[in-house]
Design a protein around this ligand. Structure first.
Ligand code: FES
Length: 577
């Protein structure tokens, strides 16, 4: 058999399926056990459908069905779909934190793509880390690639009110602490919160990252917000499948989409949607893979004058279903058009402005106009000072305005166990003016950089009716959470950062307008304490945790492993037979 590629350029897959030798026989014969007819090996583009389905990732549990619609689309367009699984990171079950495994999943994605006969890739993403890990891994191969998000759950409904994933977990947990809810109430609420397939329907990390896929130009318009169970999600999947063949024919590789301009657009959009602080770490990591120089300062520079237009939980009232019905990300991008690089190319072959300029806002309560924004400051503030020489982040739209400039006495917890042991101790020496400090929850410290930075306030403070205090840590925060929370403090305590040297009773100055986070002690005292600091013992002497701890970079660099930064492309490897 001799095959002629249907595209004008050589396809990788021909090195597998287009051969008239023993290896060609092997490659085709075993695939035929799936009912694939011989004429499908005729040089048509092979599309790898990278699926993160797993029952242990409930947010992606509908992906087997969704993948069928992608397959139909690939076949419609004359392509050859091959679905393959990769490590799936389920936010709600995995311990100690899915973030520990984001880079591992990215390695799985990268090597699975490179090792197989794929010409183009569809990335099926949903739950928080399944989006950055797939984008990172695929970026290191740089094939023509298109993203498909799984969509949010329907709005939660509990006793006549909308409730949001995550956001109401934090609320209900506090109400349980104060006695406003019983355990019976909470169990009833559990069923009312997650009532359809899909990911968290607040503007948490999953919705944020799905919006980033769209804003970066890596997904089709409306990718982010169509509810998972809305039939239009199936249609979108089919259109993604069709388009995946087109991007191979056009050789529209990821690096042509993921330019510096695309990242800048995404950062702007993150501000305008009030997106998760987790997007900071993920976009830095993705940029590192594709060779775009992106820094924390870009986040502050581009977010500083960007109002938040989207009134969604955790900062606001509505949920992703409402966001979709209002018009979703295209409306937001149209509204902030003057801030965007309008010529940025997207995966459908059009510019971002061509995609969004006709969008209509069907509900200005959910997506407010730029001149009457929901919140004046939507971006991520990057703080620096002697407590965070390499930066820390805070989400002003989720914070209490009067706490954005505040000096308070530090109440220090050395690690998460210390926090859990003492936070509700009635004898804890704390009042609402204090600043709660949590150490050793960064990438190396926990390990894995968990979402514990929004830890609940001491019970005795909550009982006074106080709902927010400044918290400073080297941890992350769930995108569904809220509060005046300083996160990602770098370098982290476990790497010997100044956070490790904070002591009970120290004064800490937070000044968000000036972007300052300062430990009010002398340089000499800081230096003296440094000489006494001792690193914690290693978490592991083998396996993934050892690789991770030996090679993980700090939060301000995106928490990738040092040896994974960059791309190796997708050269066709040697034969194994
Ligand atoms: Fe999967 Fe929130 S738990 S997106």
């Amino acid at each position: 058999m001799s095959t002629t590629p249907k595209t004008s350029r050589p396809l990788r897959s021909v090195a597998w399926f287009g051969r008239n030798d023993r290896d060609g026989l092997v490659h085709r014969s075993w695939m035929k056990n799936q009912g694939i007819p011989h004429d499908q090996f005729d040089g048509r583009p092979v599309i790898g459908i990278c699926n993160t389905w797993s029952q242990a990732t409930p947010c992606n549990a509908h992906f087997r069905e969704l993948a069928q619609h992608v397959r139909d689309g690939v076949l419609d367009a004359g392509g050859f779909p091959i679905e393959f699984p990769v490590m799936s990171l389920g936010e709600t079950l995995m311990r100690p934190t899915t973030m520990l495994f984001r880079n591992q999943a990215a390695m799985d994605v990268e090597e699975s793509i490179r090792a197989n006969p794929f010409d183009g890739i569809v990335l099926m993403m949903g739950c928080d880390k399944t989006t950055p890990s797939l984008l990172m891994g695929a970026a290191s191969c740089n094939l023509p690639t298109i993203g498909l998000s799984g969509g949010p759950m329907l709005n939660g409904k509990f006793r006549g009110h909308d409730i949001g994933s995550g956001t109401h977990v934090w609320k209900f947990t506090e109400m349980l602490k104060t006695g406003e809810m019983t355990m019976g109430d909470v169990i009833e609420a559990e069923s009312c919160m997650s009532r359809s397939a899909g990911h968290c329907m607040t503007m948490g990390t999953a919705s944020t990252m799905a919006s980033m896929v769209e804003a970066l130009g890596m997904g089709l318009p409306t990718n982010a917000a169509i509810p998972a169970v809305d039939s239009r999600r199936k249609l979108l999947a089919r259109m993604v499948g069709r388009r995946s063949v087109g991007i191979v024919e056009e050789d529209l590789t990821m690096s042509k989409i993921l330019t510096k301009e695309a990242f800048e657009n995404a950062i702007r959009v993150n501000g305008a949607i009030g997106g998760s602080t987790n997007a900071v770490v993920h976009l830095l990591a993705i940029a590192g893979r594709i060779g775009v120089k992106l820094t924390l300062d870009d986040w502050d520079r581009l977010g500083r004058d960007m109002p938040c237009l989207v009134d969604l939980m955790p900062s606001g009232r509505f949920l992703m279903e409402d966001f979709y019905y209002a018009g979703g990300v295209p409306v937001v991008m149209k509204e902030i058009g003057k801030y965007l690089h309008q010529d940025a190319l997207t995966v459908n072959g059009k510019t971002i402005w061509e995609n969004v300029s006709e969008a209509v806002n069907w509900n200005p309560e959910v997506i407010t106009p730029l001149d009457r924004p929901f919140k004046a400051e939507g971006g991520i503030a990057v703080l620096r000072g002697n407590l965070a020489p390499d930066g820390a982040v805070l989400k002003p739209s989720a914070a209490t305005p009067r706490l954005l400039k505040h000096t308070g006495r530090a109440v220090v917890f050395e690690n998460i166990d210390d926090l859990n042991r003492r936070i509700d101790d009635p004898n804890l020496d704390v009042d609402e003016q204090c600043i709660l400090v949590l150490k050793n929850c960064g990438p190396k410290g926990y390990p894995g950089f968990p979402e514990v930075g929004n830890f609940a306030l001491p019970a005795k403070i909550l009982k006074k009716g106080v709902t927010d205090m400044i918290r400073v840590s080297d941890a992350r925060m769930s995108g569904t959470a809220y509060g005046t929370v300083v996160l990602h403090t770098s370098p982290e305590a476990a790497a010997g950062g100044p956070l490790a040297l904070v002591q009970n009773g120290d004064m800490i100055e937070l000044d968000v307008p000036q972007r300052r986070l300062q430990l009010v002690i002398t340089d000499e005292e800081l230096a003296r304490r440094r000489t006494q600091w001792k690193p914690q013992p290693p978490h592991a002497d083998r396996g993934w945790v050892k690789i991770f701890c030996d090679h993980v970079m700090q939060a301000d660099k995106g928490m990738d492993l040092d040896f994974l930064v960059g791309s190796s492309g997708a050269p066709v490897g040697k034969e194994s037979h």
